[in-house]
Design a protein. Structure first.
Length: 125
């Protein structure tokens, strides 16, 4: 609860979702959103982005399939089709502003994540 009180002051949320987790990406997102809603309706209505972590823990084909399926459940069809698909832009106010698969080990998309977050902070500053 102390952590949730702390993040109430933020303008934007970053959800870190583990692509290698036994739970589906959708389930992990639902759990995070429910926790926020249970704590505060105001907090749950904030804009957010998603970093899909540990993408290097899966083979490229499996990661690709999981990401594309996740985009389908989110209603995102205008993603960048690459080895590790990603999305930057907003479909609507309820959807994430971006979804980036990242790897802390291989630094996949870490700079892209930093630049995207920086642009959002500058926009809202």
């Amino acid at each position: 609860l102390e952590f949730l009180r702390h993040i109430e002051r933020t303008e934007f949320l970053l959800f870190m979702i583990d692509i290698a987790n036994y739970r589906t990406l959708e389930t992990q997102l639902e759990i995070l959103k429910k926790e926020l809603t249970d704590y505060s309706q105001m907090l749950s209505s904030k804009r957010y982005g998603i970093a899909l972590t540990k993408v290097d823990a899966l083979d490229t084909e499996e990661a690709h399939e999981k990401i594309v399926e996740f985009f389908k459940t989110l209603g995102i069809d205008n993603y960048e089709a690459s080895e590790h698909p990603y999305f930057i832009g907003a479909v609507d106010a309820e959807s994430p502003v971006f979804v980036l698969p990242i790897s802390s080990v291989s630094y996949l998309n870490t700079k892209k994540l930093i630049h995207t977050l920086y642009a959002l902070v500058r926009k809202h500053a």
